[in-house]
Every structure is written in structure tokens, then in C-alpha cells.
Design a protein around this ligand. Structure first.
Ligand code: ZN
Ligand code: ZN
Length: 245
């Protein structure tokens, strides 16, 4: 083995050889960055009033979205940072299905930057990514939620617990399922690893929040194992409630 290259020089050389691709336009990002300034500005950050429970955009006069007004959730509260629009659909698909693992780090950092005040208020003691099934993880080579959660843990200094939850069932794609079917599908699909220590206040991290079925499954397992305050952060969140109840 040769001499070790200092971190910054290593990064510099790597960046020259393999410029980071921007998670929005998928082109090489300007040197030394990981997202184009224009693409960053164009991201659909949710800045309107949010549901007090799930963080979905709501009308000025509403406290809860239609879903949270009707249905209980296993988590305490949380929010998604970006609207799951056509652009974000492409970005999330690239992260999940096209091997753009590095997009997770950029998105995780952006989530952290936009959720600082929530993190200070919630004071979670563990950052826990939503697990995927081991077979899927082997196929993909990584868990996208873990890639997003890692920088949130690093930047906030909160303990990173990527192995605390396990996916006990391999669930199929939920795109075409109704809300009720999604919850049924996820029931018992996530559990706390045996012997895993669950603190009082936890933060679950995932890529997309749609009906909340996945986050609720994770939150339910954590609550059973002793968590009392269960928060979540997701990169994206759907705008309205699911029409296919
Ligand atoms: Zn770009
Ligand atoms: Zn809601």
C-alpha cells in the first residue's frame, strides 16, 4: 500500500475523476458541489401551512390534513421536506432504482438543513432509517433510507442506528394499493431487532411519505419496544390525501 492521501486531496482527485452528479438534472454538478445552484433553487420545498401531524400541505384554516383528521397514526409527528412532484419522482427513482446511491447523501443534507428547528425541538436520541428487506438490499446494494439518514445523523450529532429495525416481510410495490390495503400490507412487516435498545425519543427517516403506512409500521414497532416520542423526516411527501381510500 502506498502513502495515504490526505482527505481533502483525495476528495479533490475523486471529484476531478468522477464529478458528482446533480440529483435533480443528473448532469455533472459544478466542480466542488453536489447539486447545481439553479436546480437547488428550483426544488419544491413546502413552505405553506402544514398538517400538525404528518406535515402535508394544508389550507390556512386547517390544523390537520384530511387523512390525519380521520385516521390515527402510530408516530407523534413529522414532516417531508419536498413535494413529491414530477421532478422529485425522477430523483427518487434514480436513487432507488438506477444506482444513484450518492443522491442519498445530498438529499439527507438538504433535509437536515431544512429541519434544524424541528430537530432542536424534538431532540431525538436515535436516527433510524426505515429498513428494506435483506433480499432487496442485496439486489440494490444499499438501502436508500439509510443513505438519506446517515448525513442527518452525522450533521446533527445524533446516534445513527441503521440496524435497529428489520424488515420481516418482503412487501410488493404499493403504488396501486388503496390506503387500507397499504396498512394491511405493512402490518407486522417491520420489527425491532431482538436485543435492540430503543430510546425514549426516536427519529425515523424514509424517502417518501404517501399514506404513512410504512412510517406507522416502523413507529408501531418502536413504540412496542419502549419509544415514547416518535418523529419522522422524509425527503418527499405527497400533496393531498389518497383518493383511493
Ligand atoms: Zn442540476
Ligand atoms: Zn396529516
Amino acid at each position: 500500500m502506498g502513502k495515504e492521501i490526505p482527505g481533502f486531496a483525495h476528495k479533490f482527485i475523486l471529484n476531478l475523476l468522477y464529478p458528482a452528479r446533480c440529483p435533480v438534472c443528473d448532469r455533472p454538478a459544478p466542480f466542488g458541489t453536489d447539486i447545481c445552484p439553479d436546480c437547488l433553487r428550483a426544488l419544491p420545498v413546502i413552505e405553506t401551512r402544514r398538517c400538525a401531524k404528518c406535515g402535508k400541505p394544508v389550507e390556512e384554516f386547517e390544523k390537520y390534513c384530511e387523512d390525519c383528521a380521520k385516521n390515527p397514526h402510530a408516530y407523534t409527528c413529522g414532516l417531508g421536506i419536498f413535494l413529491y412532484d414530477e421532478q422529485m419522482k425522477k430523483t427518487m427513482a434514480a436513487l432507488k432504482y438506477k444506482g444513484r446511491r450518492e443522491y442519498g447523501a445530498v438529499l439527507g443534507r438538504l433535509v437536515f438543513e431544512r429541519a434544524r428547528s424541528e430537530l432542536l425541538r424534538w431532540r431525538p436520541q436515535a436516527v433510524i432509517p426505515v429498513p428494506i428487506h435483506p433480499e432487496r438490499r442485496n439486489q440494490r446494494g444499499y438501502n436508500q433510507a439509510e443513505e438519506i439518514a446517515r448525513p442527518i445523523a452525522e450533521l446533527s450529532g445524533i446516534r445513527f442506528c441503521p440496524d435497529l429495525l428489520v424488515r420481516t416481510e418482503r412487501t410488493g410495490p404499493m403504488k396501486k394499493l388503496t390506503r387500507a390495503e397499504r396498512f394491511e400490507n405493512m402490518e407486522n412487516a417491520i420489527a425491532v431487532r431482538s436485543g435492540g435498545h430503543v430510546p425514549d425519543r426516536v427519529l425515523i427517516v424514509d424517502d417518501i411519505y404517501t399514506t404513512g403506512a410504512t412510517i406507522d409500521a416502523a413507529a408501531g414497532a418502536l413504540r412496542k419496544a419502549g419509544a415514547r416520542q416518535i418523529y419522522f423526516l422524509s425527503v418527499c411527501i405527497g400533496a393531498g390525501f389518497m383518493i383511493t381510500y
